[in-house]
Design a protein around this ligand. Sequence first.
Ligand SMILES: Nc1ncnc2c1ncn2[C@@H]1O[C@H](COP(=O)(O)OP(=O)(O)OP(=O)(O)O)[C@@H](O)[C@H]1O
Ligand SMILES: [Mg+2]
Length: 233
Amino acid sequence: MSIVKFEDVSRVYTSGDHELKALDRVSFTLDEGKFVVILGPSGAGKSTLLNLLGGLDSPSEGKITVNGRDISTLSDNELADYRAATVGFVFQFYNLIPTLTVYENVQLVKQISPNALDAKEMIGEVGLGDHLHNFPSELSGGEQQRISIARALAKNPKILLCDEPTGALDSETGVMVLKLLLGMAKNYGKTIIIVTHNQNIAKMADVIIRVKNGRIRSVEEQPEPMSADEVEW
Ligand SMILES: Nc1ncnc2c1ncn2[C@@H]1O[C@H](COP(=O)(O)OP(=O)(O)OP(=O)(O)O)[C@@H](O)[C@H]1O
Ligand SMILES: [Mg+2]
């Protein structure tokens, strides 16, 4: 069953009399439960696409359907509900709240998500159960990203959206965090969409979307994606 459908979606930024088409009539569909990688050069429109899908931004034209619901015409309040219930985010720079402990950062999602999972349990699953009362600044980059993964999954969303989740980590830590992220997405039955510059990650994807100059260049299904252990990192 398709969980995401883009139909002729454009996002145009205007400054003065200059128009920039960050996305230009983009169409594709994605099936539920898949691992999707979005590849493309800098400025291609990858983050724009992910932000539209995540309800952080709205299209200038076109229709976006997620989980059977047209999200392209929602009001700000409706979009907030959509984000709370349907999507979890993992960004490059973790975006943890520095004045809250690890536990409080993850527990926070209870206030916005109607079907949140237990914060302690999720922190345990990313292997940081001993750090519940630390502040983010007391953790390494890799550990902070593991907490943001715990937080994204604690929301219990249908879809996990990850924008260069290992971009700020050294390659060894990045691989470790990525394996954790993909393993958990699979265990919890999530559809996961990752924007990355890492070709190795793409080898593991069910679907690879290539974006360039705001257009979709290809949507490629990989019937037999590699496992993390088969990839030469
Ligand atoms: N808020 C904005 N206002 C104006 N232009 C924007 C805005 N956000 C993005 N753009 C432009 O839209 C285009 C696509 O940007 P986007 O951030 O989606 O690229 P990207 O593929 O994620 O690149 P990167 O790999 O560098 O993160 C770029 O030319 C960018 O400058
Ligand atoms: Mg980007």
